[in-house]
Design a protein around this ligand. Sequence first.
Ligand code: GTP
Length: 598
Amino acid sequence: IAVSQIRNFSIIAHIDHGKSTLADRLLQATGTVADREMKEQFLDNMDLERERGITIKLQAARMDYTAQDGQQYVLNLIDTPGHVDFSYEVSRSLIACEGALLVVDASQGVEAQTLANVYLALEHDLEIIPVLNKIDLPGSDADRVGQEIEEIIGLDCSGAIHASAKQGLGITEILESVVLLVPPPEDNTHKPLRALIFDSYYDAYRGVIVYFRVMDGLVNKGDRVRLMASGKEYDIDELGVLSPNQIQVGSLHAGEVGYFAASIKAVADARVGDTITLAKARAPEPLPGYAEAKPMVFCGMFPTDADQYPDLREALEKLKLSDAALKYEPETSSAMGFGFRCGFLGLLHMEIVQERLEREYNLDLITTAPSVIYKVVLLDGSEIYIDNPSTLPAPQGRDHIEEPYVRLDIITPEGYVGALMELCQTRRGTFKDMKYLTPERTTLMYEMPLAEVVTDFFDQMKSRTKGYASMEYQFIGYRTNELVRMDILINGDAVDPLASIVHRDKAYYMGKALVEKLKELIPRHQFKIPLQASIGSRVIASESIPALRKDVLAKCYGGDISRKKKLLQKQAKGKKRMKSIGTVDVPQEAFMAVLKLD
Ligand code: GTP
């Protein structure tokens, strides 16, 4: 296929605005997927995604299209994940394209996450085609939403396409616009090979399957390729295109999108953003913009049953094969025994991994509250990074602590501004800016410690705005704050996974709220259990759980052994998801209590 007949594009949309439905329509309209083969939402093919109704991993599809000018085109749709945790992957898939459809729900309007991706696309000079979707809905107002896009993004919406992905309206117009407005790739086939990896996944039989866009040159089946960032070399066993099922081809040239398999053992060896070149005729420079995903959020994971530790290690090793961003290292806690400290891109990533470990590997885990990574400057000026609050050096051993800050952008209906500002205030946010987008909608900008965002900020924002506000955040650097480590003592023993790093001004309030919460969550035992919060050796709050009066076994009159066993079994069942710390059984919820103090 000639380069002039190729169009590479992606779809930028907020969650639920109809990206997957539209993608399905495009596949159907171009005959890429026959109607009867059409599973709902072809592009999202991971179970978890389907269940949650969100796109986590990106995929691609190649469509053959005969346009109204009578010519044959190849349209490559590159899907992007819809969540901030994966914004680096979004940026890589966008630079693999020359254009993007900006899909906005005409009954809703532009949302925060959409904006971030549109700006990314504009930065990379992509042609952006506005599509106002869901015009079949009675509440839709395409003109108002078009105006909003012009106002916020400065994109001319006079020619915006009015569409209903659900009813199949506007689909031909979208395909024609892609052909007419998205520029073809540059014809760089004569240059040395450079191809951009925009996604990969692990296949148990063929090894890692790498999705890429050829930027320069030509790649053939059987070629020995070199990955420029990792420095590793592989022979291409299988080369193909995604239509959207894999179909093998002999070669792919500049402008084309495809996949290859080369017995690569782990996705970490073929990372998103890396450049593929030929081992024998290397390109002098890799493509710009490669970065390794950095974990931002950490938590401890411990098996409820210590015997499951080897299984947990094996499960993490396996998950790591398909998840380059996942980090983990062994952690031993006097309270919890053996487990792992794990690092994630963000909260969603963390939840996905936890859920997969439990569902796919049948593990029973206790996970500790998420924490961010702190920079501690020691007295001699050296810096260390702390991802586990319980390892924070004592005050006399350090000069100061810095914590990660983010810029937070929120878009909300005007009526909730007050409630949101109050929320941001209590989360140590610094107000930066506020703008009216339209008379009804407002954007708020704050700078805020990431630690305050990774607690339940998102849920709080949603519940205070009846789900109408949307947010997006970006790391902006480290800042010094008066931070202290707060320890929790149960029955007189410090429980390290319950330690947290908090701002000095909030410590008293949080200590009090936390021990009260733990009193609710930890069941009564045969004995009284004192609970304390302390900073250093100073106790700042205390409570106690009264002893249980009734002995379950007392009812058995000492006689019937089988009855006694049954009762104990019943009790054991109720104890699921508990961790014995000393002589106290602590339920999973207690480890997350620090997130629920508002
Ligand atoms: P993510 O995969 O999470 O990014 O969501 P998405 O943007 O792919 O949204 P999806 O296509 O899953 O659509 C969300 C919901 O909107 C689904 O219930 C669709 O049936 C519905 N929907 C999509 N397009 C239209 C439309 O044109 N009209 C109406 N009425 N509903 C639509």
